[in-house]
Write a protein that binds this ligand. Structure first.
Ligand code: ZN
Length: 329
């Protein structure tokens, strides 16, 4: 008996910048934070929502009546975060808190800087700690911090009891308003591709493309997932396919992706490798983008380190007949 090859594991980071325009309410809210002013919005029923929204969550009516609330408030609930992750508001352990600012009827999610969970309780008074440099973002509130003012009056804690000054009308106008934000999205995790794809990746490193055949329907899956999704049985028989294949369908990419060093326009295609029962994805190069077509025969061009096909290029063979790949579309 031979030992099973070790399953691969690798760190994987998926990240992209998410760009959004703000609209009048969010623009005023974030610009206000830059100016150390917290704005909410008043609903038709007279409730004050902080953070503000553009439409009434109960009636769907458009909301535009901005009000200023105090930078002090009351913790309505909390959870201790013992191990902050990169990018979170504080590098040291802190509490995630919902804070109802004085004058608001709803609570805002943020971080509370506290020495430990024993120092946090529902009903405690807190205030905004402003970031030293502010740019019109929720991070302009660096965090909340405990605030020893007049303690909350009711015991037990009454979430409906108002504290502090009432909200004041605000026209939402500031010089140089923030009209859009770029929010970075990032997933940072360890990926294990499993038995089937580990074998697939090891074979690729030898410039071979190896799929797995379903023992029931005989389809060859590339890349293999370890089971046939149609029959629900494990696939174990390894089958080498390709290296050549047929473009079954494609699209022309005209939007340049950040951090991707490929000039647009370029073609991304579904490629059915010879012997495979479904198409995989790949970039097509070595041919003008407007000459790529269904049925084009292609071959892989390996990456510089020889571990995967960087792209596919025309193989020079005649185009495949539609009937040979119509089931693979
Ligand atoms: Zn099957």
């Amino acid at each position: 008996m031979t030992a099973a090859p070790e399953t691969l594991r690798a760190p994987l980071v998926v990240e992209f910048p998410f760009t959004r325009s703000l609209g009048p309410v969010q623009s005023a809210f974030l610009t206000g934070l830059r100016e150390r002013t917290v704005l909410g919005v008043r609903t038709e029923a007279g409730r004050v929502l902080v953070p503000p929204v553009e439409y009434d969550p109960e009636t769907a009516a458009e909301l535009r009546e901005l009000v200023e609330v105090d930078p002090t408030g009351t913790v309505t609930t909390w959870a201790w975060n013992p191990e902050p992750r990169p990018g979170q508001p504080l590098p040291t352990p802190f509490a995630w808190v919902l804070v109802r600012l004085d004058g608001a009827d709803t609570a805002l999610l943020h971080a509370l800087d506290a020495p430990g969970p024993e120092a946090v309780r529902t009903g405690m008074r807190v205030r905004v700690r402003w970031a030293a440099e502010r740019q019109g973002a929720i991070t302009d509130i660096a965090c909340f911090e405990p605030y020893d003012s007049e303690p909350h009056k009711s015991e037990p804690y009454d979430s409906d009891q108002q504290t502090g000054r009432p909200p004041r009308p605000h026209d939402g106008r500031f010089a140089a308003p923030v009209t859009g934000i770029v929010a970075p999205a990032r997933l940072d995790y360890t990926y294990s591709p499993g038995r089937a794809q580990t074998a697939y990746l090891h074979a690729l490193a030898q410039r071979r493309t190896v799929g797995e055949r379903c023992p029931s329907c005989a389809k060859v899956y590339v890349p293999p997932r370890g089971a046939c999704p149609t029959c629900g049985v494990a696939t174990t028989e390894q089958v080498e396919v390709g290296p050549r294949g047929t473009v079954t369908t494609f699209c022309v990419v005209n939007i340049k992706a950040k951090n991707l060093d490929i000039e647009v326009p370029y073609v991304y295609a579904h490629i059915a490798l010879d012997g495979a029962a479904l198409a995989l994805h790949g970039r097509i190069a070595g041919i003008p983008h407007d000459q790529v077509r269904m049925g084009l025969r292609v071959e892989p061009v390996w990456s510089e380190d020889g571990r995967y096909p960087d792209h596919y290029r025309p193989s020079g063979e005649p185009d495949a007949d539609y009937d040979t790949y119509k089931e693979l579309l």
